[in-house]
Every structure is written in structure tokens, then in C-alpha cells.
Design a protein around this ligand. Structure first.
Ligand SMILES: C[S@@+](CC[C@H](N)C(=O)[O-])C[C@H]1O[C@@H](n2cnc3c(N)ncnc32)[C@H](O)[C@@H]1O
Length: 189
């Protein structure tokens, strides 16, 4: 899906304002149960960098995004840290990680692109590596601000991930409304 949302200064400023009171703290607490402290971790779609800073408390994190507008801000706000310019579909890096984390990023991928992303995630994870991804829960998809929002259910996520990952946790949580989101934690098979 090709859209300029997240790629222009105005849309990035709008998103940062919208998201200023939300963070992935509850997801990261769950991840801490499965991924040991000091592990290497790639965050996909770091956006404003709120979760990046929480993840840094426990992990050796590399942040990333496909938006140079977000990347410029991330780099100037976190001058000592590493940020890669990565598309979630192709994840073009030759580095390997113990874990991969994303919060409300992979809903922008079609199921076909998500399947490609899953194969790349397998490639760049060390043996027994852990993934932790959140999704909007629902059926079907829609276009919001020119961007695809591809909803997932527990069943659709199981179908997409379970050939490659042992599902360690797959549960609903609340972002804005009761049970509007899903958290998946898996271990590379
Ligand atoms: C809804 S925002 C979430 C940002 C951040 N994770 C958070 O929790 O606030 C989606 C983020 O994913 C990034 N993104 C969207 N599609 C992407 C893709 N194909 N590859 C990499 N990043 C992508 C956007 O630039 C944006 O930073």
C-alpha cells in the first residue's frame, strides 16, 4: 500500500499528537516474560519512539521505520541510538536479533505482504528468537487516511504465523475500547 501518510511533516506531527498518551507498556511487560533482559531486539515501525525508549530499559534495541520523516526525528531525539530505514515487508538487514517487536504497524500490510514479512522475520531471528506484535482486532480491511488497515482475528493470526512460530501468547487487550486489539508473542520454530 503506497501512501504518504507517515511520510510528510504534517502527518507525522498529527500522529505524534494523536498518540501522545498511548504507549506499549502493557505489551512490553508481557514480552519481558519471554525475552531475557539484555537480548538484542529490532523494533519495526518505531514512529514517535515512545516504545523504543521503554524497550531500551531492558534490551539492546535497534529502532526502525520506513518513514524518513520519523527517522530524522528519532535520530535527533536519541543521538546515541541506532535506527535503520526498514520496510516491514522486506526488512533488508543482514543483522540478526533475539527478538522483533512492533506495536500497531503490521496492520498496514496485506496478508500477502505480512506473509513475506514473516519469512524475513524468520531469516533475521536467532535460533529460538521471539516476536511480539500488536494488531487491531476485527474482520476485513479499510483505508484510513489513505493507508490500509488490515484487521486480524486470533484465528487469522494463528493461520499466518503458526507454521513458523510456536504461539506463546495470543490475547485481546484494550487500546481505546474493550478488546479492540490483539497481542501475539511467538517463538521461532
Ligand atoms: C500506527 S503507527 C505506530 C507507531 C509506533 N509503533 C507507536 O506505537 O506509536 C505505524 C508506524 O508504522 C510505520 N510503518 C507503516 N508501514 C510500514 C512499513 N511497511 N514498514 C515500516 N514501517 C511502517 C509508520 O511510519 C509508523 O511509524
Amino acid at each position: 500500500m503506497n501512501s504518504n501518510y507517515y511520510k510528510t511533516e504534517a502527518s507525522v506531527e498529527e500522529y505524534i499528537k494523536l498518540a501522545k498518551d498511548v504507549n506499549g507498556g502493557q505489551l512490553i511487560e508481557k514480552l519481558n516474560n519471554y525475552l531475557p533482559s539484555n537480548s538484542s531486539l529490532l523494533e519495526i515501525g518505531s514512529g514517535p519512539g515512545t516504545d523504543f525508549r521503554l524497550l531500551k530499559r531492558n534490551y539492546n534495541v535497534v529502532g526502525s521505520d520506513y518513514s524518513t520523516e520519523f527517522l530524522n526525528r528519532l535520530r535527533s531525539n536519541n543521538i546515541k541510538d541506532d535506527f535503520f530505514n526498514l520496510d516491514a515487508i522486506t526488512i533488508e538487514t543482514d543483522k540478526k536479533f533475539d527478538g522483533i517487536y512492533s506495536n500497531k504497524v503490521l496492520q498496514h500490510l496485506t496478508d500477502e505482504d505480512l506473509s513475506k514479512s514473516i519469512l524475513r522475520q524468520i531469516d533475521i531471528l536467532n535460533s529460538g528468537g521471539i516476536i511480539c506484535h500488536s494488531f487491531w482486532k476485527g474482520e476485513g480491511s479499510e483505508i484510513f487516511k489513505g493507508l490500509l488497515v488490515n484487521y486480524q482475528t486470533a484465528e487469522s493470526l494463528r493461520n499466518l504465523f503458526e507454521d513458523y512460530f510456536e504461539i506463546l501468547l495470543l490475547e485481546e487487550y484494550n487500546e481505546f475500547e474493550d478488546g479492540d486489539s490483539l497481542l501475539l508473542i511467538g517463538k521461532k520454530k
